[in-house]
Design a protein around this ligand. Structure first.
Ligand code: PLP
Length: 444
């Protein structure tokens, strides 16, 4: 497996090839941040400004952003910026005071979720949300065993890193973690995906129990983004979740990637699957760039945890976080962004499928709304072409179009733009991809 941080990563060994201001900045960054510094693209970008679906570099060159899901309602959206600055000028404080604005936001967000999930705990990041979710599941079930998919990424705390196999550069997850195959709809026929995935979950639970490790939770990114973007057929998770509940485990839906309307038909990714999570975690698009996250659950699950520990997070659920969160929900509603995600996402997938008829290296086009995977494969046998995917990503970058990579091998082009992406943006992306594929096919 190619570790997630190696996907579309700048190779530090080539740093000396860059001169001028760019070379100096690359060198300075390496000195400051050391081995933990990760940059995108063979030629790193120096972005200084963002607006809508566009990013601008130090020379004023505009890049079409088809990658970033955090500024989900558009880079520097004026309504969000205004809400943050107004609240920042009035009050920003921790959560141990009564504040109506924070409660209004909590109520509005909870209204988008199943009624049974009536308690929200705010955090600052998706990692914190998943860390808390794992602890909630552990206290509620008494078990420690967690099941995740093979290229899953759920965040960066110690506990969450244990359940994020995609970050490991060596070794394997600890014994309480069971890693199962992702529901790969490209390789498993659509009518078998549900049974295939349910049987993976069933075997993992049995294996945990055989080894005396109590089963606690199935933790799933509801669109399997780092595994390679698997959204279809809708409903394929139902059988697996029934097995989880029969085994007295909890189902944690990680909505950090598909949440907040991205899939177009539903506000949350799990809703597209028609399943009921016990805990929902969220982050990234929730604050359009402001660090805000949450774990939402049933009161009895939170109670079991708070009887033994309790939770406080200084920066979480502050008045500014709530003002920003409200502003993001306003924009999603007022600008019809879910509908846009559905319409432009369908249009883009259709155009990409047309492209695949002329470019046999496109093995599969899939996804939901504005979360799209384009799998690059060898036409002869459908095997992954990771190197080709990397070449495409860098060639697009040179044509001022930004995308990323996903999947165990890194052979899947990940298209995940801000939700204000338009048909004109989609056309620009497809034209650039067509050009790149034509030129690459011509290389002997
Ligand atoms: C599915 C998923 N869960 C959780 C996280 C962690 O979120 P954060 O980086 O905000 O801690 C990520 C981040 O990429 C993610 O993709």
């Amino acid at each position: 497996m190619k570790p997630i941080l190696a996907l579309n990563a700048f190779d530090v060994n080539t740093a000396t090839e860059f001169g001028g201001a760019l070379g100096a900045r690359i060198k300075q960054r390496a000195e400051l941040f050391g081995a933990a510094s990760v940059l995108f693209y063979e030629r790193p970008l120096q972005i200084v400004r963002g607006e809508g679906c566009w990013l601008y570099d130090v020379d004023g060159v505009a890049y079409l952003d088809a990658y970033n899901n955090v500024p989900s309602v558009g880079h520097c959206h004026p309504h969000v910026v205004e809400a943050a600055s107004r609240q920042m000028a009035q009050l920003n404080i921790h959560s141990r005071y009564l504040n109506q604005g924070v409660m209004d936001y909590a109520r509005r967000l909870l209204a988008t979720l199943p009624r049974a999930l009536s308690n929200i705990t705010f955090t600052c990041t998706g990692s914190e949300s998943n860390d808390l979710a794992l602890r909630l599941a552990n206290h509620y079930t008494g078990g420690t065993g967690v099941i995740v998919t093979e290229a899953a990424y759920h965040g960066n705390t110690a506990r969450v890193t244990e359940v994020s196999p995609s970050v490991l550069k060596q070794g394997s997850p600890p014994p309480h973690v069971r890693v199962i195959a992702a529901p790969d709809s490209y390789r498993v026929p659509a009518e078998r995906v549900a049974d295939y995935f349910a049987s993976e979950v069933d075997s993992a639970i049995n294996d945990l129990e055989r080894r005396g490790i109590g089963f606690s939770a199935l933790l799933i990114d509801s669109i399997f983004s780092s595994d390679g973007i698997f959204a279809d057929p809708p409903g394929f998770l139902t059988a697996a979740i029934e097995i989880v509940h029969r085994a007295n485990g909890v189902f944690i839906a990680d909505e950090v990637q598909p949440g907040f309307g991205r899939t177009g038909t539903h506000f949350w990714g799990f809703q597209r699957q028609g399943v009921q999570p016990d805990i929902v975690t969220m982050g990234k698009p929730m604050g359009n760039g402001y660090p805000i996250g949450a774990a939402v659950t049933r009161p009895e699950i939170l109670d079991a945890f708070c009887r033994q520990v309790g939770y406080f997070n200084t920066f979480a659920g502050s008045p500014v976080a709530a003002a920003v969160g409200q502003a993001v929900l306003d924009v999603i509603e007022n600008e019809g962004l879910m509908r846009n995600a559905l319409e432009v996402g369908d249009y883009l997938r259709q155009r990409l499928r047309e492209l695949s008829r002329r470019h046999p290296a496109i093995g599969d086009v899939r996804g939901a709304g504005l979360y799209i995977g384009v799998e690059m494969t060898r036409a002869s046998d459908g095997s992954p072409q990771a190197q080709l995917a990397t070449m495409i990503i860098n060639a697009l970058r040179d044509r001022q179009v930004l995308i990323g990579a996903a999947g165990r091998f890194g052979d899947i082009l990940k298209l995940r733009p801000p939700l204000c992406f338009s048909v004109a943006h989609a056309d620009k992306l497809v034209t650039a991809l067509d050009d790149v594929l034509t030129k690459l096919a011509a290389v002997p």
